[in-house]
Design a protein. Structure first.
Length: 478
């Protein structure tokens, strides 16, 4: 993470979580949870192919503060990739401060991927009574033992007290009778024909008994504010007596798919192509912690785009295509018309250069993704991911690097994001990594961040994990 001012990276990470958690601290009145080009709106090309970079001609925008915001009219005036990500985080923190939404009481089956807005304190001792850790016999005193006829099963009432020389069959998880010395595992005992139990190895006092409160006592803090709710957290919460969790609401997102040339079914034909982003973006945004409320297909209609943007009350509006300077690229004119403040207008990254981030209101933003599919993925990870993560108060992922197995061609002055698969202690770059292609990213484990100028074999590269490859919460797509 980029540090701000004189803060260390660790201090900046802590601050991000603290500020994002302000969402839930006050103001309870607020509501709170190889493919063809896509749309043809991104006029960018890799250095090998040349081509138009998709920049608007110079003109000024006046945002809510009245300050002019110039369009990026050359590659060198776009925002550097690390700065664009930091700008998205800062924008989210400003939105958190502007409107503090009430916490959400989320049922356990709907809490996966949320962030705790209150500490998780034990509502009971765990375990709440002495229990058997194994199937076997509860025994009292030294053996051999006389075995009772009845057994003790999990979920039944408290069994009768044992006396010295007695044993009773017991199941894992069952309540331990009073005065039990130990639990003798089934494989460590044998009975004779007179219902006498003999131990086949030494029995220690308290053996295979889970004592009451071994894991925690009622009132103990189990997890702090800011903890990401994983499947294990859900299990712990249920065991500790919770039916709901107090959590930060999910950022609300509306997706607007632009382009008259897009089909929603069937094969491409007659100059029409399939919409790849409509099916891809909603689950990807959910994996980033968002609540996707609507996916609307607007076409290339400036008036319809204006109506959709101004009618949305989502925390984030995501558009696809229309961010460059073509005859049907309406995103910039609509943002200018409504007085939006352009925070990022073009990023020095390939693919995805003509992405943008705009502030619509103090607590509402718009991320304009390029229309080409892999370029849109680049925009998601560059602008939408840090913004949504900060709004949701999720912890920032730990940055890490791996050596690249092969050389990667670089752009002269832009960062490149290249799909890779992880093999052992290295990352293998994948082919089919052009702006319009999804074949590479569909097989990838991560995206490698390749600096301007490229990378040689063995060079360490920062990696951005894809949410479904981390083995954690990102698998929650619904």
């Amino acid at each position: 993470m980029t540090s701000h001012g004189t803060r260390t990276d660790e201090e900046a990470e802590d601050l991000d979580v603290e500020e994002a958690l302000a969402l839930v601290k006050e103001n309870p009145g607020q509501s709170g949870p190889s493919g063809p080009p896509h749309g043809g709106h991104e006029h960018e090309a890799t250095p090998a192919h040349g081509g138009h970079h998709g920049h608007h001609s110079p003109r000024s925008h006046h945002g809510p503060t009245g300050a002019p915001h110039k369009q990026a009219d050359s590659p060198h005036r776009a925002t550097p990739w690390p700065e664009a990500r930091a700008t998205a985080e800062r924008a989210a923190r400003a939105a958190v401060r502007a409107v503090r939404r009430a916490p959400l009481a989320a049922p356990l089956d709907a809490a996966l991927g949320l962030t705790l807005a209150a500490p998780l304190a034990a509502l009971t001792d765990l375990p709440s009574f002495d229990t058997s850790a194994m199937d076997g016999w509860a025994v009292a005193g030294p053996g051999p033992w006389r075995v009772r006829d009845e057994g003790v099963l999990a979920g039944h009432a408290e069994p009768a007290r044992l006396t010295d020389g007695e044993a009773v069959r017991i199941a894992t998880g069952a309540r331990i009778p009073l005065d039990t010395t130990a639990v003798l595992r089934t494989e460590h005992g044998r009975t004779d024909g007179r219902d006498r139990l003999q131990a086949t190895r030494e029995v220690g006092h308290g053996q295979d008994i889970r004592p009451r409160g071994q894991e925690c006592r009622s009132g103990d803090q189990l997890l702090p504010v800011g903890t990401l709710v994983t499947p294990a957290v859900l299990g712990l919460a249920a065991a500790a007596g919770y039916d709901t969790l107090t959590a930060v609401p999910r950022p609300r997102v509306d997706v607007l798919v632009l382009g008259d040339e897009l089909l929603t079914e069937g094969r491409p034909h007659d100059g029409l192509i399939r919409d790849a982003l409509g099916p891809m973006l909603p689950p990807w945004l959910r994996a980033l912690g968002a609540e996707v409320r609507a996916v609307r297909r607007i076409g290339d209609d400036a008036k319809a785009l204006h109506r959709a943007v101004t009618a949305s009350d989502a925390d984030l509006v995501v558009t696809t295509g229309g961010t460059a300077a073509g005859p049907v690229d309406h995103v910039h004119p609509v943002l200018s018309r409504i007085g939006a403040e352009l925070l990022v207008d073009g990023v020095k990254v390939r693919p995805g250069h003509p992405m943008l981030l705009a502030r619509l209101k103090d607590d509402q933003h718009l991320v304009g993704l390029p229309g080409n599919p892999l370029a849109a993925v680049s925009g998601l990870l560059t602008l939408a991911e840090p913004l949504l993560r900060t709004l949701a108060a999720r912890p920032a992922p730990e940055p890490y690097t791996l050596p690249l197995r092969d050389a990667v061609h670089g752009h002269p002055y832009d960062t490149r994001l290249v799909p890779v698969v992880l093999r052992g202690d290295g990352a293998v770059p994948l082919h089919y990594n052009g702006p319009a292609m999804l074949r590479g990213i569909a097989a990838a484990d991560a995206l490698a961040v390749v600096p301007p100028g490229g990378a040689r074999p063995g060079q360490e590269a920062e990696l951005l994990d894809l949410p479904w490859t981390t083995g954690g919460i990102g698998v929650c797509f619904t």
